[in-house]
Design a protein around this ligand. Structure first.
Ligand code: LLP
Length: 418
C-alpha cells in the first residue's frame, strides 16, 4: 500500500488506478502531473454527502487546480466554484461550470473582472473592503445590474497553520474586520446596486484541527443573528475552505466531521451553507511524476537530481512543505541511501524533499505524492522550463488533459527591439 487512495503498488509498481505510472512516463514524458478521476469523484462526493439533507453548495476553490478537465468533472458532479480572478471565471465558464453556483472571492477585484462576473450572472461576490463594495456598486450601476454580495468578514481566529496560508487573523490583509462588519452591512443598504445576500469567511488553509473552524462558524452565526435583527435578509453563509489533507503524518478530520463541526451551531436556522474546499478535493488525487536524471554522491550528501523542479512544484521551496516521495518501481536489490531530492533549477531552494531514504539508480522514476493541489496551478517557467504535461487516469484509461508546454510557446509573446 502507498497510503494514498487511487495510487497503489501492483507487483511492486506504483499505479494510478489501474495504470502503471511507468507507462505514463513512457507515453507522455516527465515531469508529468497524474490525477485520478476516481479520487476526485470520491473526494467531491464525500463533501457533498456530508451535508446530509441540509441546503448547501460545495464551491470548489479553482486556484487549487484549474485544469479544465478537473473543473468539468466537478461541474458534472454538480459542484459550484470559488474563483479569485477574471481568468478563473473564464475557465469555469469554458469548463461548463454554472455561474449561478459561482462565488467570486479575493481582495483586489478589478472593475473589468467585476463586469465579466456581473455579465455572467454569478451567484455572489465575496467583498473584502468598503472601497471594493463602492466600486462594485458603481460598476453594477453602469451596467444596470444589482450585484449579489456577501461581505467577507475576518473572524480573527487563529487557524494554527503555516503563516503564509493563514488568513483569518486581524493582522492579515483579508476580509472586513469583525467589529466593523455590522456597520458596513448597514451602510450597504444605501448602495442601490448592491443586494446583500450572504455572509462569508475563510480562515486559512491546511487546517488539521476542527477547533478553529468551529470557533469561526460560531462567530459568524452570532453575526448572522445580529444582521437579521438589523432587518437584513441573509440567504447563505459561506464558511470558506481550508480543510487539510494528509501529506505525511497528519491526521485531518474527514469531510463529515468537518461539516458537522461547521454546522453544529446552526440549529433551526434555514440559511444555505456554502463551503469552498480546494486542497481537500484535489490534493491527494494527484502526483507529480519525475525521472532521476543523475545521482551525485559527495562526501557530505547524496543528491538525486530529478527532472522536476521548484518551478513545477513550488510548495517545498515556498513553505518548506513536505511531500512523500515514492519509488515508482520498488526494487529489493538496491542499497538504500539518504537522498536530497532536488531539481535542475539554479537555486539551493530548489528541492522536492530532504533526507529521503530511497534505493535509487539513474533513470528511476519517482512519484511526488499529494501534488494535486497548488502544484500545477502555482507552477512557473523559471529557468525557461516549459510547464509539465497533465494526464488523468480513469480505470485503465489515460487521458492527456494538458499538453506539455513548448519553449516556442514560452517565447511567443516576446519581441526584439527594432
Ligand atoms: N477560499 C478562499 C477565499 C481561499 O483564499 C482559499 C485558499 C480557499 C477557499 C481554498 O482553501 P483550501 O481548501 O485549498 O485550503 N498555495 C498554498 C495554499 C494557499 C491557499 C489560498 N487560499 C499551499 O500550497 O499550501
Amino acid at each position: 500500500m502507498s497510503g494514498f487512495p487511487s495510487f497503489n503498488y501492483r507487483n511492486a509498481r506504483l499505479c494510478g488506478e489501474s495504470v502503471p505510472l511507468e507507462r505514463i512516463a513512457q507515453e507522455f514524458g516527465t515531469p508529468c502531473y497524474v490525477y485520478s478521476r476516481a479520487a476526485l469523484v470520491a473526494a467531491y462526493e464525500e463533501f457533498d454527502a456530508a451535508f446530509a439533507g441540509r441546503d448547501h453548495l460545495v464551491c470548489y476553490a479553482v486556484k487549487a487546480n484549474s485544469n479544465l478537465a478537473i473543473l468539468n468533472l466537478f461541474a458534472r458532479l454538480g459542484s459550484g466554484f470559488d474563483i479569485v480572478s477574471g481568468g478563473e471565471l473564464q475557465r469555469v465558464l469554458k469548463a461548463g461550470g454554472d455561474p449561478q453556483k459561482t462565488v467570486f472571492s479575493g481582495v483586489g477585484k478589478q472593475p473589468d473582472e467585476m463586469r465579466a462576473a456581473l455579465a455572467a450572472d454569478i451567484f455572489c461576490f465575496n467583498v473584502e473592503s468598503e472601497a471594493e463594495l463602492r466600486v462594485l456598486n458603481q460598476v453594477a450601476g453602469e451596467m444596470n445590474k444589482i450585484a449579489p454580495v456577501s461581505l467577507r468578514v475576518n473572524p480573527d481566529v487563529d487557524a494554527k497553520t503555516h503563516p503564509y496560508i493563514s488568513t483569518g487573523l486581524k493582522e492579515n490583509k483579508f476580509g472586513i474586520p469583525f467589529d466593523e462588519a455590522e456597520s458596513l452591512y448597514a451602510a450597504s443598504k444605501g448602495l442601490h446596486n448592491i443586494r446583500v445576500t450572504g455572509l462569508d469567511c475563510h480562515i486559512g488553509s491546511q487546517l488539521t484541527d476542527l477547533g478553529p473552524f468551529a470557533e469561526a462558524s460560531e462567530k459568524m452565526l452570532g453575526l448572522l443573528d445580529r444582521l437579521e435583527n438589523q432587518g437584513l435578509q441573509i440567504d447563505h453563509v459561506d464558511l470558506g475552505g481550508g480543510l487539510g489533507i494528509r501529506y505525511t503524518g497528519e491526521n485531518p478530520p474527514r469531510a463529515r466531521e468537518y461539516v458537522e463541526a461547521l454546522c453544529a451551531g446552526i440549529g433551526p436556522r434555514k440559511q444555505r451553507i456554502l463551503i469552498e474546499p480546494g486542497r481537500a478535493l484535489v490534493g491527494n488525487a494527484g502526483v507529480l511524476l519525475t525521472r532521476v536524471e543523475y545521482l551525485k554522491h559527495t562526501s557530505h550528501r547524496n543528491f538525486a537530481i530529478a527532472d522536476a523542479a521548484m518551478n513545477d512544484l513550488m510548495r517545498p521551496a515556498l513553505y518548506d512543505a513536505y511531500h512523500e516521495i515514492l519509488p515508482v518501481h520498488v526494487r529489493d536489490d538496491g542499497s538504500v541511501k539518504t537522498y536530497q531530492v532536488v531539481g535542475p533549477v539554479c537555486e539551493t531552494g530548489d528541492f522536492l524533499g530532504h533526507d529521503r531514504n530511497l534505493a535509487l539508480s539513474q533513470g528511476d522514476l519517482l512519484a511526488i505524492m499529494s501534488a494535486g493541489a497548488y502544484g500545477m496551478s502555482m507552477s512557473s517557467n523559471y529557468n525557461t522550463r516549459p510547464r509539465a504535461a497533465e494526464v488523468m487516469v480513469d480505470g485503465d484509461q489515460v487521458h492527456l488533459i494538458r499538453e506539455r508546454e513548448s519553449v516556442a510557446q514560452l517565447m511567443a509573446g516576446e519581441t526584439i527591439l527594432p
